[in-house]
Design a protein around this ligand. Structure first.
Ligand code: GDP
Length: 304
């Protein structure tokens, strides 16, 4: 089973899938366009969340970081005048140090992520979307900034004018991603932000072509006219996408065979039905492990 993931909506679905499928049978291709270096170490927010989920370490209240972590290093740095855009926990930082040490010793991001996942006991095959550095840069009325500066630093307040994937021109599909995709008949796109989570994965040079012939099942992160959480609405609007399930379906047009919309989203169901995609409605709000499992069952039921 192969899943494309960001760091919140899809990990909730992964939590359901792993109740039904052994971790060893799950490959996750993860967005890296929100990665950034903080106090000397590479933080990969979406990869960290997916890794912690599979290692049983994730803080499931926030959907990032290690549960019950402490913040002593972050606080010590802050009192020394070194402010960090992300509030990093101590155990979380250990992961970033391990990963960055691998990279400093010459490993690729794919190798570093694999090694870190094994060290932490995550059984799934967790793959960065590419090894090259790519950043989602948000153009706003206060200037152009990295996604984390926009969303965490500025709390998503500035008016968004556009989004650019800086460095994407150098990206290429890794051998590990190619091999994993070639082995699968199905691809699952979880309910993640289409602009800053799934968009970068699909924009890796050659990625759309690689998955085009696969049976793709996607879950909408939008219900009615709003995302379930996060800045997807603001970013979609700025990129000329309608903030509707239809807008997400259009974004994935030509790629997705089955689109799962929320059963409360009458608008989504009707609008998407006119498109060249099968529509399935389900309860997509994953507020518990049971609800994640129920949605995962629906998604698995759509695979060929
Ligand atoms: P990020 O990397 O933290 O931005 O996380 P993702 O892109 O993976 O997830 C953010 C998206 O997940 C948002 O657009 C939300 O609307 C969506 N989302 C979060 N929780 C849920 C949920 O329970 N159900 C659905 N359908 N979407 C969700």
């Amino acid at each position: 089973m192969l899943v494309l993931s960001g760091g919140t909506g899809t990990p909730k679905l992964l939590g359901g899938l792993r109740q039904l499928v052994p971790d060893e049978d799950i490959t996750v291709v993860v967005n890296t366009a929100e990665d950034l270096w903080v106090s000397g170490n590479l933080v990969c927010p979406d990869i960290d969340t997916v890794t912690y989920l599979f290692a049983g370490l994730l803080d499931m209240d926030k959907w990032w970081g290690v549960a019950h972590d402490t913040y002593r290093t972050h606080e010590a740095l802050a009192s020394a005048g070194q402010s960090e855009v992300l509030r990093l926990g101590d155990k979380d930082r250990a992961t970033h140090i391990l990963r960055s040490e691998c990279i400093r010793q010459g490993a690729s991001l794919t190798e570093a992520v694999g090694r870190t996942a094994r060290m932490l006991g995550a059984g799934a095959n967790i793959l960065p979307m590419c090894d090259e550095s790519v950043s989602s840069m948000i153009s706003t009325d206060s200037g152009t900034m990295h996604f984390q500066d926009f969303w965490v630093g500025q709390r998503g307040r500035p008016e968004v004018l556009g989004v650019e994937y800086q460095g994407m021109e150098n990206s290429r599909i890794t051998d590990a991603v190619r091999k994993a995709v070639e082995q699968e008949d199905n691809i699952i796109i979880g309910p993640s932000n289409p602009i800053t989570s799934i968009g970068p994965i699909l924009a890796v040079n050659g990625m759309r072509k690689l998955i085009q012939s696969k049976h793709v099942v996607a879950v909408s992160p939008i219900i009615g006219c709003e995302p379930v959480s996060g800045p997807a609405g603001k970013l979609m609007r700025a990129c000329g996408c309608e903030v509707l399930s239809r807008g997400v379906a259009r974004f994935y047009e030509g790629l997705v065979d089955v689109f799962v919309v929320d059963e409360r989203d009458g608008l989504g169901l009707r609008d998407v039905e006119g498109m060249d995609v099968a529509v399935v409605s389900a309860d997509t709000i994953m507020t518990s492990a049971e609800k994640s499992k129920a949605l995962a069952k629906v998604v698995i039921g759509q695979l060929v």
